[in-house]
Design a protein around this ligand. Structure first.
Ligand code: AMP
Ligand code: GLY
Length: 426
């Protein structure tokens, strides 16, 4: 099979790495890829914003199966563009991708289907939104409706902060058209967890739960980032809760979209907050999480091509993905300054030694090749994943590998998995 992966971050490197293990894959392409992906796949430089050109490439290169890593091409309709040309793409169409592309749509659908989520109101008018925030007088979260590169959610302590957030999104248009409408919701308290599912239009199959560390600094402090590390599975999300979310969230979504003639096929990412009153859905994503994929895919025992083709054929009722009983943990190595501004082009050393540590695989995120050397090219540079019999063992291996890697300004958290490891040791 000739397989194409869209994207060029750590998630896509994990996809390419997993696909390389499939005996069904003969040729592997990635667009645009990165320095790590380039060691495993042929990289192609096309714009991910141009679904037409991507489909044309797939036709000309006789691609049998395409994986969409990031959300933007899916929200822009790459799924429909491929589908219309009878190309197999693993991922939902544009109408389904609104679950991620529009927070207003996702929240209204959750309300309609009785899915547990934070209480909310939708506003298209800044003055009304500000009045509401003042009257609410409690901690709120203000969310731009559309895609905002992960920055469109502002968690506020009080009405003054909420007012600032509303102005920033609606008046100053910090996220452009993505902020024409906003969702204002109650601020929830609790531990967050990620639960991803494979959906084949009618049936779903859960992946292992995972938890990423979104804050930059140790002890879960400092600014929000795209994720500084991750571990799986998550004891705070036992099998009974997975089943509850599958029944209470994924099943109604599957049914509702199927009835509307837009059956959902691909990955559905359910972002959960575990509150004292039970779970609440924070968000949906229509793709694998990043860095969750880098943590969870190494625990998938099934062939990813088998899973993807089964999803596309609507056959999940007969093939259930198999998971390892091991634990996995990912440490993100970032450029100094991230998530603020940072320098790039720093030479990365020690990658080969790191990969020799048992149970370790190093996924590239923001890397590039320059004059035969691998250099930094982004905020999150590398994802060091390790598997082990326990989370503590996975962490020990991952950090041993991290100790072998060096680039100027390298920053990482030393406490990834602290919650689960302290529980394990208790
Ligand atoms: P979202 O993209 O909607 O998941 O929001 C991004 C992040 O903002 C989440 O991972 C949470 O950390 C935080 N967040 C979102 N909604 C809420 C909420 N209702 N209460 C507290 N934190 C939230
Ligand atoms: N790790 C969060 C995301 O992929 O959206």
């Amino acid at each position: 099979m000739r397989v194409l992966v869209l994207g060029g971050g750590g998630r896509e490197h994990a996809l390419v790495w997993k696909l390389r293990q499939s005996p069904r894959v003969t040729d592997l392409f990635a667009c645009p890829g990165n320095a790590g992906i380039a060691q495993m796949a042929e990289t192609v430089q096309l714009s991910l914003d141009d679904p037409n050109a991507l489909a044309q490439f797939a036709i000309e290169n006789r691609i049998d199966l395409t994986f969409a890593g990031p959300e933007a091409p899916l929200v822009a309709g790459v799924g429909d563009m491929f589908g219309a040309r009878l190309l197999h793409l693993f991922g939902p169409g544009k109408a389904q991708a609104r679950l991620e592309g529009s927070k207003v749509y996702a929240k209204k659908l959750m309300r309609e289907l009785g899915i547990p989520t934070a209480e909310f109101e939708v506003f298209a008018d800044a003055t009304k939104a500000i009045e509401y925030a003042r009257a609410a007088n409690r901690p709120l979260v203000v969310k731009a409706d559309g895609l905002a590169a992960g920055k469109g959610v502002i968690v506020c302590d009080g009405p003054a902060e909420a007012e600032d957030a509303i102005r920033q999104i609606m008046v100053d248009q910090a996220f452009g058209a993505a902020g024409k409408e906003i969702v204002i919701e109650e601020r929830l308290e609790g531990e967050e967890a990620t639960l991803m599912f494979f959906l084949d239009g009618r049936t779903s199959a859960p992946m292992l739960p995972s938890q990423d560390h979104k804050r930059r600094d140790e002890g879960d402090a400092g600014p929000n980032t795209g994720g500084m590390g991750c571990y799986a599975p998550v004891p705070a999300v036992p099998e009974a809760l997975v089943a509850e979310v599958q029944q209470g969230v994924v099943a109604p979504i599957l049914e509702a979209l199927d009835l509307r003639g837009i059956p959902y096929k691909g990955v559905l990412y359910v972002g959960l907050m575990l509150t004292r009153e039970g779970y609440r859905v924070l968000e949906f994503n229509v793709r694998f999480g990043d860095p969750e994929a880098q943590t969870v895919l190494p625990l998938l025992e099934s062939d990813l091509v088998d899973v993807a083709t089964t999803v596309i054929d609507g056959g999940l009722y007969r093939l259930k993905p198999r998971w390892s009983s091991q634990k996995a943990l990912t440490v993100v190595l970032a450029s100094g300054g991230y998530p603020g501004s940072y320098e790039t082009g720093k030479v990365i050393e020690g990658l080969e030694d790191a990969a020799k540590v048992p149970g370790v695989v190093v996924f590239h995120a923001g890397t590039a090749e320059r004059d035969g050397q691998i250099v930094t090219a982004g905020g999150r540079v590398l994802n060091v994943t390790a598997v082990g019999e326990t989370h503590a063992e996975a962490a020990k291996r991952a950090y041993e590998a991290v100790s072998k890697i060096h680039f100027e300004g390298m920053y990482y958290r030393r406490d990834i998995g602290w919650r689960v490891i302290s529980k394990e040791q208790a």
